[in-house]
Every structure is written in C-alpha cells, then in structure tokens.
Design a protein around this ligand. Structure first.
Ligand code: ADP
Length: 158
C-alpha cells in the first residue's frame, strides 16, 4: 500500500490543485492532502478555513484525506506512513525552488521520495495568487476554483 502526500498552502485550493490531487489518487492507494501552516506566507484564509474548503472541494472519498501540519514535511509524511511527496510543476520557474526542496527533504529523510507531476495544460497558468488577484478586481473565476471556494473568495474579498 503506497500512500502519497500532496502538500501545499492551498490559499485557496484551485482547479489546478484538484487536478494534481485526483491524478495522484489514480496512481497511489491513498493520498493525504497536507495543508501547511507557513509562517513565511501571509494567507488570506485561516488554516481551519483552508482545511474545510479543501475537504468540501474534494468531496468524500476513502482514498483522499485532508490534514494540516506545522513543522517538517518529511515528519508529516512519516506520520501518515507515506513515502512519497507529490508536487506539481507548472513552468521552468517552479523548478528551481522545487528542486531545492526535494534535495533538502531527501537529505532529511532519504527514504522519502519527491515525485513531480506536470500541470495539465489547461491549468498551467493557474495559481492561488492569480485567482485572488482576479477575484479582488471582480473578475470571473468560474471554473478556476471549485464552487464552494468561489463563494468563500467573494465573501473574503467583499
Ligand atoms: P506552496 O506554497 O507549497 O507552493 P501551493 O498551494 O501554492 O503551495 O501549491 C501546492 C502544490 O500544488 C505545489 O506543488 C504547486 O506546484 C502545485 N500547483 C499549484 N497550482 C497548480 C496548477 N495550476 N497545476 C498544477 N500544480 C499546481
């Protein structure tokens, strides 16, 4: 049984994240979406709000679980009996930071492997920040985020 962790800030979760999570769930027996408490990132949504929105967006399935974490990713991975970290790659610009993180995590725990999934072309331009920016200026975010997030974003930025 192979369990994979999909970590991220998910501030908010987008259609691009959901695509990666679902694709990971097709490959691995179980997927844990790890929502990070990142002190270096000022989030629009609280941790609890992000956990709830991700749970609602993904819907109930016994293959995908959602959990929050504060601390080292490799420890979170171990805690869930996982061995794999899944990260999405959208563009070459993602690569440098991701490569550094993957090497670092490998150094911290050589048994945990980072696997990269290429973004689907239709979501390759999509990021949480872009979505927040469009929503802030009243643009149409339909289809870029799940319906529950669309409403949450409008309320948060109203
Ligand atoms: P972080 O702050 O850890 O980068 P994010 O919530 O921004 O967290 O992203 C979580 C993961 O989802 C990252 O691996 C990121 O590359 C991936 N991701 C974000 N947006 C997309 C997208 N549109 N398509 C594919 N992967 C994506």
């Amino acid at each position: 049984m192979t369990i994979a962790v999909v970590p991220g800030s998910f501030d908010p979760i987008t259609a691009g994240h959901i695509d990666i999570i679902k694709r990971a769930a097709e490959i691995y027996d179980e997927v844990v979406v790890g929502i990070v408490v990142n002190p270096n990132k000022r989030c629009l949504f609280s941790l609890d709000a992000r956990v709830d929105m991700v749970k609602e967006a993904i819907g109930w399935t016994d293959k995908i679980r959602v959990d929050a974490f504060d601390g080292l990713l490799v420890e979170f991975v171990r805690m869930h009996d996982a061995r794999v970290i899944i990260r999405g790659l959208r563009a070459v610009s993602d690569f440098e930071h991701e490569f550094q993180m993957a090497q670092l995590n490998r150094r911290l725990d050589p048994e945990v492997e980072t696997i990269f999934v290429m973004a689907s072309p239709e979501y390759a331009y999509l990021s949480s920040s872009i979505v927040k920016e469009i929503a802030r200026y009243g643009g149409n975010i339909n289809g870029l985020v799940p319906p529950n997030v669309e409403k949450l974003l409008r309320d948060a930025l109203a």
